[in-house]
Design a protein around this ligand. Structure first.
Ligand SMILES: [Zn+2]
Ligand SMILES: [Zn+2]
Length: 309
């Protein structure tokens, strides 16, 4: 099981976006598992298989599900493992519908299987903003999702990928993973419009698409100012429910803000990219803990020490 910012919010504040804890809840939504038993009619997995687990369980019957956008199904918000009210995967045993379990090939580790969940979010974003071959890309934030965005943009054929963060060690890792340029954000030195200008100047052209992975207002403003006219900004990072954005600027420059909610039919491509080596997630595992010591993983994440992803 991987632990991310959402887990940390739930642990420390008791809520993340619309998910509010009202009773104790087992966390963990970035998970792989070994199948112990299956129901009679299950075809796609068998006992002994290792699987990546897609944690949200939609109804597959409502209008939205039938229209093919099952990630927006109301039921899936109530039935996402590790988000209240549904218990998650930081536990030894649980049951899960087989159609949301994806078999891992022998050469894919269980750790990589667990990282299919955040990678699928990024793939969903990259598909929604129609990132394609030759695009120049800006990624805001070099945490797990930002770094996966960088790797994914490259796998989708991006030309240049520039990335920002407030933390130098993350940018160092981004460089190792192939970022063409990194920017340490310091709002005391440059405001969001100035920062956008610097990035566009360095790139030689404005980014065709931007992936905003921080949820921070100033970063989202910068993303809008930096993106090419007619371009798209994928809103992956979520911070405060309400933030102030330059909407008039976005409107007259026809910059589309594209919302991203989880994933739909993206786990298959996530596994394919990992399997073929087009996306190598191994450098993103910064620490490992046995499940009994999960609490220490949360404490370490909360400490925000250098090098923790
Ligand atoms: Zn997560
Ligand atoms: Zn539904």
């Amino acid at each position: 099981c991987g632990i991310c910012g959402s887990d940390l919010h739930l642990w420390t504040e008791g809520h993340v976006s619309d998910f509010i804890l009202t009773k104790p809840c087992i966390l963990g939504h970035e998970s792989s598992a070994t199948v112990l038993a299956v129901g009679e009619s299950v075809q796609n997995v068998k006992p002994g298989d290792r699987v990546a687990v897609e944690p949200a369980i939609p109804c597959l019957e409502c209008d939205i599900c039938r229209a093919g956008r099952y990630n927006l199904c109301l039921f899936s918000n109530l039935r996402t493992r590790g988000l209240p009210p549904m218990d998650g995967c930081l536990t030894q045993y649980y049951t899960h519908p087989s159609r949301f379990c994806y078999k891992l090939a022998n050469h894919i580790s269980s750790e990589e299987g667990a990282m299919c969940e955040p990678l699928s979010v990024v793939i969903h974003a990259v598909r929604r903003i129609q990132l394609s071959v030759g695009h120049n890309v800006l990624v805001c934030g070099a945490g797990t999702i930002g770094l996966m965005s960088l790797l994914c943009a490259k796998a989708f054929g991006a030309n240049k990928v520039y990335i920002t963060d407030v933390c130098n060690s993350r940018l160092e890792l981004a460089k190792k993973l192939g970022a063409d340029q990194t920017y340490l954000i310091d709002s005391k030195l440059f405001n969001d419009t100035e920062m956008a200008k610097i990035i566009v100047n360095d790139m030689g052209d404005a980014p065709d698409v931007t992936l905003e992975c921080t949820g921070v207002a100033s970063s989202t403003c910068m993303a809008i100012y930096a993106t090419k006219d007619g371009g798209k900004v994928g809103i992956i990072g979520l911070g405060d429910n309400t933030i102030e954005l330059p909407m008039a600027y976005a409107a007259i420059h026809e910059i589309d803000l594209i919302g991203i909610c989880r994933y739909k039919d993206d786990f298959q491509l996530a596994l394919q990219l990992i399997s073929s080596g087009k996306v190598d997630l191994k450098p993103l595992v910064s620490h490992r803990f046995p499940i009994e010591e999960a609490i220490n993983a949360f404490k370490l994440m909360k400490s925000r020490s250098d090098g923790v992803l």
